[in-house]
Design a protein around this ligand. Structure first.
Ligand SMILES: Nc1ncnc2c1ncn2[C@@H]1O[C@H](COP(=O)(O)OP(=O)(O)O)[C@@H](O)[C@H]1O
Ligand SMILES: [Mg+2]
Length: 286
C-alpha cells in the first residue's frame, strides 16, 4: 500500500476578524476547514475581498485565527516560540516583488532569511549558490535587484524562500505584475519545484488558466469555503463560477457558447488545445 502523504497544513474551524476593521461584526473568514498535503499544488481563487490574502497570512502566522486553529506540520501558528519554524516550513511570495526584495544585490537578497539563523558564513554562501543555480540566477548574483525584469525579480523572491528549505510555498497573485513571458517563467519555476522537490504550493490567482493548471482548486467567497475539488472539475463548472462572478478558462467559456449553438462538444474541455482538437474532429466527421 502506498504511504499516506503527510499533512503540511490544517485549518480547523478558522474564523478571522480584523480588529477595528470597517465592519467589525463581519469576519474576513469564517468556518474554514482545509487540509493540504505534502506535494499538492492548490489554486486559491475567489472574488476580490473574499479572504484569499487573509487566509495565506494565517498560514504564514502573519495573522493568528480569532477562533479555531491553523497547524503547520502539526504546530499551532498561535505559539510564539515556534514561529520561525512555521515560517520556514511555509514561505510566502507576494504580488509585487519590489516589496519583497530588500538588499543591494541578488546574493544578499537570497541570503536575507538565512542571516537570522546564525549559520556559518560559508554554509550561507553554499546554500545561496546552490539555490541560485537551481533557479538559473547564478549570473545575476552581483546585480542590484531593481535592475532585473519582473520575472527575474519574482524568481529571486522565490529563491529567498527556497533557500530556507520550505515544505510549502504560499503565493499571493505572484504573476499579477508580470508580462506573459515573466508569468510563464515564474509558473514553470514553481511547477518544477513542486514536482521535483515535492514542495506543496498554495497559489492565489485571478487567472483561470493558472488555476486550471493546478491539481486542486479551492474557492473562497465572502470569507467562506465555496468549493474544493479537482481543477478539471471546478474550473469547468461554469454555472457555479459565473454565480460567484468568476470565469472559466477561455476554452471553457468558448466551448459553452459553441454548445449553445449546437456544437456537440465533449463536456470536459479545459484548454485551448482541447477545444481546437474537438472542433477539428467535428469538422472531419461532418
Ligand atoms: N488590514 C485590514 N483591516 C481590516 N479589514 C481588512 C484588512 N485587510 C483586509 N480586510 C478585509 O477582509 C476581507 C478579506 O480581504 P482579503 O483577504 O484581502 O481578500 P482577497 O485577498 O480575497 O481580495 C475584505 O472584506 C477586506 O476588506
Ligand atoms: Mg488579496
Amino acid at each position: 500500500m502506498a504511504a499516506q502523504p503527510s499533512t503540511i497544513i490544517e485549518a480547523k474551524d478558522v474564523d478571522f476578524y480584523y480588529p477595528g476593521g470597517e465592519d467589525a461584526d463581519s469576519p474576513a473568514l469564517s468556518g474554514i476547514n482545509l487540509t493540504v498535503n505534502q506535494g499538492e499544488y492548490v489554486a486559491l481563487v475567489g472574488p476580490n475581498g473574499s479572504g484569499k490574502t487573509t487566509f495565506l497570512k494565517l498560514l504564514n502566522a502573519l495573522l493568528i485565527p480569532t477562533h479555531g486553529q491553523v497547524l503547520v506540520k502539526g504546530i499551532s501558528t498561535a505559539v510564539e516560540s515556534t514561529l520561525p519554524e512555521v515560517r520556514r516550513v511555509c514561505g510566502m511570495i507576494f504580488q509585487n516583488p519590489d516589496n519583497q526584495l530588500v538588499a543591494t544585490t541578488v546574493e544578499e537578497d537570497i541570503a536575507f532569511g538565512l542571516e537570522n539563523l546564525a549559520l556559518p558564513p560559508e554554509e550561507i554562501r553554499n546554500r545561496v549558490f546552490k539555490t541560485a543555480a537551481l533557479l538559473g540566477l547564478e549570473k545575476l548574483l552581483s546585480q542590484p535587484p531593481h535592475l532585473l525584469s519582473g520575472g527575474e525579480k519574482q524568481r529571486v523572491a522565490i529563491a529567498g524562500v527556497l533557500v530556507m528549505e520550505p515544505e510549502c510555498i504560499l503565493m499571493d497573485e505572484p504573476t499579477a505584475m508580470l508580462d506573459p513571458a515573466g508569468r510563464r517563467d515564474v509558473l514553470n519555476t514553481v511547477r518544477e519545484l513542486n514536482r521535483n522537490r515535492n514542495i506543496a504550493v498554495i497559489h492565489v490567482t485571478h487567472f483561470p488558466e493558472e488555476a486550471a493548471g493546478t491539481d486542486r482548486v479551492v474557492i473562497l467567497n465572502e470569507g467562506k469555503l465555496a468549493a474544493d475539488g479537482a481543477s478539471a472539475e471546478v474550473m469547468t463548472d461554469l454555472q457555479f463560477l459565473h454565480g460567484l462572478g468568476l470565469q472559466g478558462t477561455t476554452a471553457v467559456e468558448l466551448a459553452a457558447l459553441l454548445r449553445q449553438d449546437s456544437f456537440p462538444l465533449p463536456p470536459q474541455i479545459l484548454y485551448n488545445r482541447e477545444l481546437v482538437d474537438s472542433l477539428c474532429s467535428l469538422g472531419q466527421n461532418s
